[in-house]
Every structure is written in structure tokens, then in C-alpha cells.
Design a protein around this ligand. Sequence first.
Ligand code: NAG
Ligand code: NAG
Ligand code: NAG
Ligand code: NAG
Length: 462
Amino acid sequence: MLIFLWKFIVFHFLIISCCLLTYVNPEDNPGIPAIAKYFNTKGRYEEVNPYLREDILAVNRSILQPPSAQCQEIHLTVIIRHGTRYPTTKNIKGMQQLYNIVLHNASGEESWLREIQTQWRMWYTEDMDGRLVQKGVNDLKHLAIRLSKLFPSLISEEKLRGGFFKFITSSKHRCVNSTLSFKAGLTELWAITDMEFDYAVNDALMRFFDQCTRFVQEVDNNPSALSEVDKFKQGPEMRRVQEKIADRLRVPYSLITHDMTQAAFYLCAYEFAIKAANSPWCQLFDEEGAKVMEYASDLREFWKRGYGYDINSKSSCALFHDVFSRLDKAASEINSGQQVTEAVTVQVGHADTLLPLLTLLGFFKDNVTLTSTNYATQAKRSFRTSHMLPYAANLLLVLYDCGGGDLRLQPLLNEKPVTFPGLTDQRASIPLYQDVRGHYSDLLKGCDFETECQLFKHPAEV
Ligand SMILES: *[C@@H]1O[C@H](CO)[C@@H](O)[C@H](O)[C@H]1NC(C)=O
Ligand SMILES: *[C@@H]1O[C@H](CO)[C@@H](O)[C@H](O)[C@H]1NC(C)=O
Ligand SMILES: *[C@@H]1O[C@H](CO)[C@@H](O)[C@H](O)[C@H]1NC(C)=O
Ligand SMILES: *[C@@H]1O[C@H](CO)[C@@H](O)[C@H](O)[C@H]1NC(C)=O
């Protein structure tokens, strides 16, 4: 009888506890907003590689599987987006405006709302304008250290001291600062104090998008180029997100415009990226809302930097040729029995630098165009900037010498091996460098920046 009673109590305790506690996903961490994986280009690198949350310097060398043991890494090109940064002045103005609405017009007793109204302070100031934050400095330092563990024969003190590194950066302060941070990661690691390593500012390579006239006129400065984005912003999915925010704040729907919705999403994203805070602003979104916000931003990137217009990717022709000419040079040095003179090339730019190049190379191409009407059917799209382009996103190209003229090229994105899209029929997991060149032969023969970027290049349009 006692045992029966005991079982009865335990049974009821289990039932009650099961129903009082809300479901907790083992992946969940209370310090991380549930929607952190939908932050697009405002996302943390750690959300793309979650093992880094435990140990920011963790690397797994076994992901690199050269075709045979005698293969040696002889050249590494690293194209990196700058680290975590402050919002731009325009975004900060929007945040201030939303904060005023929540302070003066919102009502309710929810703890997150009280927290915003009584404790949270608008600490962003317009002069922060997109600068690198301390977390961004660390992003690049840590990346440098991880790469030195992943490629110890290339990213080595000896190679750095010997002048086998080249650093190239966009002129933007956040990129220059990121370049300095990457270098500091290495010099601090090896306690180098007796030498300086310079870098070159090169906007033609790292900010090519500003210099491509056809892109600037037909896409960047052309409001109608983003008509699908505008339609989506006015569509039913986005309206629902705005209404839910207005409902949660108990303010009239008219107050929560698309810009205010965007500001709310940014506040959640920036508080997390910069301060690692799961801020009360995140309570304005549920997961479905975050997915809609993510899609709106992906749609914009798709039309402005991705597959939407051919000129978006073609604007990166100069960088494309630059990358292959460095690889060619390393290959020909090896083939003529010399030492590779530029073992490591580190190039620091923007999401707007990486995305056109990734697009030109064919990465993340879905067989359907993203439009204002296919949010639901494109739920499994591969074109996801949250995965592709967090802060400090990077494309790595590793050239291997496997002996006897057998050179191979391994691409990695955000430290994970990937394959060149469409380059199937690989006898080994890593393709021959010649096969990669063959795969992109049309681009290698053409893709001339001057020709592509001039206006009215097609006779039919003149
Ligand atoms: C390292 O990567 C390999 C291959 O992807 C995987 O099998 C292994 O579990 C990883 N090890 C760790 C510690 O993550
Ligand atoms: C929001 O609050 C401000 C300041 O109290 C007030 O002037 C304004 O009328 C309010 N707007 C709405 C729509 O309630
Ligand atoms: C880089 O950014 C950090 C953090 O904002 C700042 O402290 C530092 O002064 C910057 N360095 C340079 C050289 O701009
Ligand atoms: C897109 O690709 C998938 C998988 O390859 C295929 O099943 C689907 O039919 C394709 N859709 C279109 C519209 O081509």
C-alpha cells in the first residue's frame, strides 16, 4: 500500500512537472536568443559553427582530408568579411525611433516590456556608424589563431617573419581594423614584437561594387531593381509580423511600419552580437516572424548582390581574376621547382565583397528565383545569408601539391569544406587545380571587369 501510494505520488509529480515546465530544447541556451540563427549578415559566427560557443579556439583538423598523405599545403587564400560592428547611423536612427515608441506609447505588464521601459538604455550613438566593436577585434584574432592551427605549415611564424604573407584590405575603417586584428592575433600568438607587417589598401579588389558603373546605375542606385523586396515588405507575411509586434506593444498598427519592425530585429541582433545579451527586444518576435525577417533580407541580398542580376556577380570579376592569378603563380612556382613566394594571402572586405564572388563561383544557387511570393515554398532554400555571411565569414582556398605535378584545390566556407558547385565527377574528394580552372574556363577567358561594368555593353541595348 505504501509503495502504491509512493508510485502514485511520483507519477503525479512527473505529470505536474512535465506540464508546468515549458519544453526546453537541449540545443537551447538561455543566453542565446531563440531566433539568433535568423540574423542574416548581422549574425554571430558562433551560430554558424556552434562548437565555437564552447571553445572559440577549437579546430578539427580531420575535416581536411587531402587525397594522399604526401599532399602538402602550399598556398592559402583567405577572403574574410570584417568582424562584428556597430550599426550604421541610419539603423541607429530607426532604433531610437522604435525605443521612443516603446517608452511613450506601449503599455502592458510583461516583464520584458517593463525591462525595456525601465532598465534598458538607448546606448547606441550615431557616431558609432558601423565601426568595428571589441567583439569584432576578437572575431578576427580568434579566426587567425584557429587558421594557424588548421594550416600550421602555412600560417606559421616562420612564414610570417619570412615575408610570405600578403595582407590586402578595403579602405573602410572596420576592414582596416579587422586586418590589424587578424595580424595581432598572430603576432600576439607568437609574441612577435621586433617586426611590423604592412598591408595594402585596395578598393578596386575589395570594394569593387562601388567602381562598377553598370552595377551602380542598374542595381545599386535603381529603386526598381528591388521591386520584389518592396512587394514582400508590403505583403501578407510581413504585415502579420508588424501586427504581432504592435499587438505585443499594444500600440496602433500604424505606428509599427516596416522600418520599425526592422529596427526591432536589429536591436535583438546587435545586442546579441555586440554584448552577447539575450535582450528583451527579442521578445517582439516569434520564430515564424524571425523567418519572415530573414527571408526579406535574403531577398534583398539575392537581388542586390546575388543571382538576381548577372551584373551583381560580374562586378567581382577583378577579384575573381586576382584570386586565380595568385593560385596560378603558386602553381607555376611549384611546377618549376621553386618555393611559393606568396604562401598566404589575407584579403579583408565586406559581405558585399564575398557574396558576388560566391555567386560568380556558383555557390548557394537554388533552381528557383527568390521572389515576393515564394517565401513558403523556398523555406528550404540554400541561399541563406544567415549561414553564408555572419560577421568574419570567410572563403578559404587551399592549394595542395601532391607531387608529380598533381596540384589540388580545396575550398572551405566558414572553416567547413565545400565543393565547387557543378564540379562533380571528382576522382578524389579534392579536385585537381586544372579541373577547377577547366570548370571556370569561360570566366577565366572572359569576365573582364571593364567590359562587364561599362554601361550599354550589349549592342542590342544601345
Ligand atoms: C571532426 O570532424 C570529423 C569529420 O567531419 C568528425 O567525424 C569528428 O566527429 C569531428 N571531431 C570533433 C571533435 O568534432
Ligand atoms: C505616442 O506618444 C507620443 C508621446 O507621448 C504622443 O505624442 C503620440 O500621440 C503617441 N502616438 C500614438 C499613436 O498614440
Ligand atoms: C579597432 O577597434 C577597436 C574596438 O572598437 C578600437 O579599440 C581600436 O582603437 C580600433 N583600432 C584601430 C586601429 O582603428
Ligand atoms: C529543383 O531541384 C529539385 C532537386 O534537384 C527538383 O526536385 C525540382 O524539381 C527542381 N525544381 C525546378 C522548378 O526545377
